[in-house]
Write a protein that binds this ligand. Structure first.
Ligand SMILES: [Fe+2]
Length: 204
């Protein structure tokens, strides 16, 4: 698998996932990195098929139109998303690029349309749902702490410890981690009841 984490003009991460053989490629969260993404796609002779957004916030979608027009790729987002997507997905769907599978987990909480993507059962791209050492904020429009609890504790933490975690922003002490490391060290993932979690998130 060709896999690249890109960070150029902000703390937003973009990701390139490609099949080594077919060169079929997905970009996750174009953000402000369309120029660097384009450079890599051309240098590596990659064939961009999908531009997938973990949610509709503009800092994640900023490069969509530039990449779509340049590579004639399809924009993919959750079915609740308000962005101009060509393909709408929901929990449990698979997006395939060459022989690589990206499984969609609907993880609302930061926004109603938030998704995480599990790449070949190895790498979880978590958008603004889970950061290294932190979770996404729920106090923006569409945010919901109860949904965040269910997304974190009933979906993400159900994954095996060796799954790697790749977040949507560089907010942590390092750019990526694993489910096991986050389970052990991320203070937002400490065992809490739903009521305790909602209280915890509401504290300043
Ligand atoms: Fe966001």
């Amino acid at each position: 698998m060709f896999f690249r984490q890109i960070q150029q003009h902000s703390d937003n991460f973009s990701y390139i996932v490609a099949d080594d053989i077919t060169r079929d490629t997905a970009v996750i969260d174009s953000s402000y990195n369309a120029g660097e993404i384009t450079r890599i796609l051309k240098a590596e002779n990659l064939n961009l098929k999908y531009i997938i957004n973990t949610h509709g916030h503009s800092d994640h979608t900023a490069g969509n139109e530039e990449l779509r027009s340049m590579f004639n790729a399809k924009i993919v987002a959750h079915k609740l998303s308000r962005i101009n997507a060509d393909i709408k997905v929901d929990d449990g769907d698979f997006i395939r690029t060459g022989n690589i599978s990206l499984k969609v987990f609907h993880t609302p909480g930061h926004t109603p349309d938030s998704i995480c993507l599990l790449v070949d059962n190895q790498k979880l791209l978590t958008g603004d749902t889970l950061f290294i050492g932190e979770c996404g904020r729920t106090d923006l429009p569409g945010g919901n702490s109860k949904n965040m609890y269910e997304s974190l504790f009933h979906k993400i933490l159900k994954l095996p410890d060796d799954v790697e975690v790749y977040p949507g922003h560089d907010y942590g002490s390092k750019p990526f981690s694993t489910i096991g490391e986050e389970r052990r060290s991320n203070y937002t993932l400490e065992p809490r009841s739903l009521a305790e979690f909602i209280q915890f998130l509401s504290e300043p």
